[in-house]
Design a binder for this molecule. Structure first.
Ligand SMILES: *[C@@H]1O[C@H](CO)[C@@H](O)[C@H](O)[C@H]1NC(C)=O
Ligand SMILES: *[C@@H]1O[C@H](CO)[C@@H](O)[C@H](O)[C@H]1NC(C)=O
Ligand SMILES: *[C@@H]1O[C@H](CO)[C@@H](O)[C@H](O)[C@H]1NC(C)=O
Length: 399
């Protein structure tokens, strides 16, 4: 099985070598594509720290910080297959982490278990099945609480600002539902492209994948694949090579199909950065949990294929719904009509159930897509300005 896989990669690389046209990327951007998050932050003249935090169930998370001692902490939590780089890719003056740092906040960039930076466990290696036994639920119930408990004493504040994108919102919703005591440690929860319900998602690409998703996930499990994509390093090298050369336009088209078409806000110069820092690695169980939600009518916990496992975990044959009424910290929701991975109608259904929504914003720019929350050329004008105003009001006690 692995032989075939390697042969395929080798062939792709050869084909790429033969057919690649000569494209000239900005050399500074090409360099950035090879840097890690702390290297990027340092290159652009900001102070950076790296912290390792152990969760209650033994994962060692590597968190990045743009420190500002004594200032109010902001925790930024990335989405599926992503990393702390999400918030700095577009550089100073554009990236949300830099803008918030400029506004005087102490910035903490999460790396959830299993991602590029957080691949250590006290007992398991990434080649062990047990290592990959998590979805957004574990990020919410273990990873985020561990990080919040680490940040607060260091920062000398008793609340953090939380900003999550996509899966980074599902995770904090799971935390609020299951560990409500943490809600009082959050000053304001800002949810970008919130993901909980899937009743109204009409994305063509999801509809295309949906009928096959379950069987593909089952097959992967039979073959002993627990991380997607398997063989992360080979995948990312191939993906990067193809998507920055021969298949550049194809990759962009696919990306736009998945995220929502928004040509005007996509900065082509950033292509190498996007294809080197995004789409790194996810657990199969995380994909399966979303696949289950896609086929369900609610925001449920993970549905084990054996009923006895559900009974062991939840005391019932089927998994319970997350109790979103428990998410009682101040919440601000930002979402858009052209987001192909979360429907504005589903976010509005969620809003009705949340007890403490202080800001609800369906973005005015009609083409805003799932990735624009991080990399839109005009993200500051279209989104971040509004977030800063809400944060300021909450900080001053006006909201
Ligand atoms: C490359 O981009 C940087 C900013 O990211 C800019 O300062 C530099 O002038 C660009 N170089 C070229 C050759 O376009
Ligand atoms: C695109 O990104 C490059 C590199 O960060 C930057 O120099 C340039 O200003 C961006 N283009 C626009 C239109 O914002
Ligand atoms: C869990 O999966 C079973 C089939 O294995 C299905 O009948 C049931 O509806 C699912 N429950 C939920 C809440 O998703």
């Amino acid at each position: 099985m692995w032989g075939k896989y390697i042969a395929l990669i080798w062939l792709s690389l050869q084909a790429n070598f033969v057919f690649s046209d000569k494209l000239h990327y900005n050399s500074s951007v090409l360099e950035d594509a090879k840097l890690t998050t702390p290297e990027l932050i340092e290159k652009y003249g900001y102070k950076v720290e790296t912290h390792v935090i152990q969760t209650n169930d033994g994962y060692r998370l590597t968190i990045h910080r743009i420190p500002k001692h004594g200032a109010r902490p902001v925790l930024l939590v990335h989405g599926l297959g992503d990393s702390s780089a999400a918030w700095v890719l577009t550089g100073p003056g554009c990236g949300l982490a830099y803008l918030l740092s400029d506004r005087g906040y102490d910035i903490w960039l999460m790396n959830i278990r299993g991602n590029r930076y957080s691949r250590k466990h006290i007992r398991y290696a990434t080649s062990d099945r047990q290592f990959w036994d998590f979805s957004f639920h574990e990020h919410g119930v273990y990873d985020i609480p561990a990080v919040i408990d680490y940040i607060l004493p260091i920062s000398d504040h008793h609340q953090v600002h939380y900003i999550g994108h996509s899966q980074g919102t599902s995770a904090v919703f799971a935390m609020g539902a299951d560990r409500p005591s943490y809600m009082k440690k959050i000053k304001l929860l800002q949810a970008l492209a919130p993901v909980a319900y899937f009743e109204n998602l009409r994305s063509p690409i999801i509809r295309l994948i949906k009928p096959y998703a379950e069987i593909l996930i089952k097959l992967a499990r039979i073959f002993g694949i627990y991380e997607f994509p398997p063989n992360r390093k080979a995948w990312s090298r191939m993906f990067y090579k193809l998507c920055t050369s021969t298949l550049r336009n194809t990759c962009k088209q696919v990306l736009m199909k998945v995220m929502g078409l928004d040509g005007p806000q996509f900065n082509d110069t950033l292509t190498p950065l996007i294809f080197s820092h995004f789409f790194y690695s996810a657990s199969l169980k995380a994909l399966e949990h979303y696949q289950q939600l896609l086929n369900s009518d609610g925001f449920y916990k993970f549905n084990y294929s054996k009923r006895s496992d559900n009974i062991k975990k939840y005391g019932t044959k089927y998994p319970p719904e997350y109790n979103v009424e428990n998410i009682n910290c101040k919440v601000a929701l930002y979402y858009s009509r052209n987001d192909q991975l979360t429907s504005h109608k589903d976010v509005q259904n969620l809003r009705k159930k949340l007890p403490n929504v202080v800001h609800d914003e369906l973005l005015a720019y009609p083409q805003f897509n799932h990735l624009d929350f991080l990399i839109a050329i005009d993200a500051k004008k279209l989104l971040y300005g509004s977030m800063f105003r809400v944060m300021e009001k909450v900080d001053k006690g006006e909201l």
